[in-house]
Design a protein around this ligand. Structure first.
Ligand SMILES: [Fe+2]
Length: 241
């Protein structure tokens, strides 16, 4: 499996606190069948001041640590970008962290605040699409606005944004409402990837198996494989997926 969204890089957001915890998380990921993971720390102005450069450097150091520890996990730099006007200046400076490519466009993982979908977000995603980027909305199934009014996600799907659903949300790890929302998104075939969004060894581990199994049971093995392997492989440019 390939995990496109996780917070394993040590000490730079609310994920792994230090290198020991990061390595422990990586071991759990490998044991759970994850071979490749994109590091997506929060990029959240005023809260987590991560940049493409700082994430790249942290990722390189962590890959070395993984190699030294003999943990067979291939990692690449990305980022989970909080929806804000700062994105405009990141685009202008060509400094937007990306997960990889989808149909020739750089994939940008975007996060809404959990409480709501900020007004104008669809204008920002439309601007990104016009600018040649491919927005991917992180975990819409956990957003309170979308849980209250499912149609809040419609404009983003209609524009051509991709959706990333949290693997454990599909198996009920974020409650019944998030699970129902995730299943509806899957039924409509609006989901491009499942990802762990792992933060820690406790309630948010890097384990996509329960989600994979829940999708396989309900929608078939083919879709489950597409969401955890084929689509993520295409995005990170991995041949022979
Ligand atoms: Fe995340």
């Amino acid at each position: 499996m390939i995990d496109l969204h996780c917070h394993l890089l040590p000490g730079i957001d609310d994920g792994a606190r230090d290198l020991d915890e990061a390595l422990a998380l990586a071991r759990v990921a490998v044991d759970a069948g994850i071979t490749h993971a994109v590091m997506t720390p929060h990029v959240h102005p005023g809260r987590y001041e991560n940049t493409r450069e700082s994430i790249g450097a942290a990722c390189e150091a962590f890959q070395q640590a993984l190699d030294q520890a003999g943990i067979p996990l291939n990692i690449a730099p990305g980022g989970e970008i909080r929806i804000s006007d700062e994105i405009l200046s990141l685009v202008a400076r060509q400094a937007l962290p990306s997960l990889g490519q989808w149909e020739g466009r750089a994939v940008v993982l975007l996060e809404f605040p959990h409480s709501h979908v900020p007004p104008g977000s669809d204008k920002l995603t439309a601007f990104l699409l016009r600018s040649g980027y491919q927005p991917m909305i992180a975990h819409p199934e956990r957003n309170k606005d979308i849980l209250r009014r499912f149609e809040k996600i419609h404009p983003f799907v209609e524009q051509g944004c991709l959706l990333q659903v949290t693997a454990s949300a599909v198996s009920g790890g974020f409650g019944a409402a998030a699970q129902a929302c995730a299943l509806t998104l899957l039924e409509r075939d609006w989901v491009t990837v499942l990802a762990s969004d792992a933060h820690n060894l406790g309630p948010r581990p890097p384990d996509m198996r329960p989600g994979y199994e829940a999708v396989a049971e309900r929608f078939g093995d083919d879709l489950a494989r597409r969401l955890v392997r084929e689509h993520p492989a295409r995005i990170i440019g991995l041949e022979a997926a």
